[in-house]
Design a protein. Structure first.
Length: 371
């Protein structure tokens, strides 16, 4: 199947899944996604990867046959560098970790490792301050993952511990004026359906606030096309915002032909909240919608915007360890450990390179058609 045919097939499937909840795709967002996928600078290859998880899910079993036979876990699925960020827990502490579970599905544990490594390889091609050898990138991620398996789940609370990671987090925090200007630039008024309007109003810190409902244009890449609503208000003299994004089952369900699939995002969020992470009190799944708070002090730690003297490989190692936190919530560490011990040296680097090569080939095909 060509990449273009895969795109058409997945978008028809997504349309059917949304229709089951009485929703429709946002056609303007899909067109914007297609345009973003056709951009040709080196940095846009990473964006193309983010936008096309359905293709990855389709081809991973064929291109990584040995890895696809590994023990299964409730995996993140669409894992990449920008799927990690910070949030404040119920005690106001700064936490860090994986923060997007929309594409959760039962997959080989290797799937998340290979995709995270592939995303780092693509980011390295375009980042000026992230100049690491591909083999070193793979080793850092795998070392963190193996360490996480050995020590057991341990959430990343950036208070007394993890000073280097905390410095990266604070460096990446967005200036409030800049943050809200960006929200304004990508939002426009749009009535929200009664159901999601009620959910967003309930997420506000108190009743009776004057709330403006908006549509976020071009937010994210992988989920572009799904309905996405923003509720914005002022509370005690400062802005607040909460978002609701329509939830559909993972593209992995489309790729393996699962009939009548249900999203696994709720199951993964519930599993990791029990033992492996300090929960984000604003991240919830209600009635087919993912709800979260948007704030300038909850942000991604981006490889391309690290503070001076930062160590990218340390960040990648922590990403591997955080991934182990999630996998340990639904898997037997002994089974994964035995499988890892049996793998040849360099397997992760080789598998990630194969998937990067296919991603770049699909990107070239798409640009030839739509550039």
């Amino acid at each position: 199947m060509t990449f273009a045919a895969a795109t058409r097939g997945y978008e028809r499937w997504m349309k059917d899944r949304l229709a089951g909840n009485g929703l429709k795709p946002v056609r303007g967002d899909l067109r914007a996604k297609h345009r973003a996928m056709a951009k040709k600078k080196p940095k846009h290859a990473f964006g193309f990867l983010r936008a096309t998880y359905y293709r990855w899910a389709q081809l991973f079993p064929a291109l990584c046959k040995d890895e696809a036979a590994a023990p299964r876990v409730l995996a993140v699925g669409d894992l990449h560098l920008e799927n990690f960020g910070t949030w404040r827990d119920a005690e106001g502490r700064l936490c860090w970790g994986i923060n997007d579970f929309d594409e959760a599905w039962r997959l080989p544990y290797t799937h998340d490792l290979v995709r995270l490594t592939a995303s780092a390889l693509l980011a390295e091609r375009a980042s000026r301050n992230f100049d690491e050898a591909p083999a070193a990138i793979a080793r850092a991620i795998l070392a963190g993952y193996e360490n996480g398996l050995e020590t057991g789940p341990k959430p990343f609370v950036l208070e007394e511990e993890h000073p280097a990671l905390r410095a990266m987090a604070y460096h990446g925090e967005k200036d409030p004026a800049t943050f809200w200007a960006g929200i304004d630039a990508k939002s426009k008024p749009r009535p929200a359906e009664a159901g999601v309007r009620r959910l967003l109003l309930e997420s506000m810190p108190e009743r009776g606030l004057t709330v403006e409902f908006l549509h976020r244009d071009g937010a994210g890449l992988g989920s572009l096309g799904r309905p996405r609503h923003l509720a914005r208000a002022e509370w005690y003299g400062s802005r607040i915002a909460h978002e609701a994004k329509a939830l559909v089952p993972s593209a992995a369900a489309w790729a393996d032909g699962t009939r009548a699939p249900r999203s696994q995002a709720r199951a993964l969020l519930r599993a990791v909240s029990r033992a492996a992470r300090c929960p984000d009190p604003f991240l919830k799944i209600r009635g087919g919608w993912v709800l979260r708070r948007l704030a300038p002090r909850s942000s991604k730690i981006e490889i391309g915007d690290l503070p001076p003297k930062a160590k990218p490989l340390l960040l990648l190692r922590n990403m591997g360890k955080e991934l182990a936190n999630l996998h340990l919530a639904t898997a037997d560490p002994a089974a994964i450990g035995r499988d890892l011990a049996a793998r040849k040296r360099g397997w992760l680097d080789a598998a990630a390179r194969r998937m990067v090569a296919q991603t770049l080939a699909d990107w070239t095909e798409w640009r030839a058609r739509h550039g």
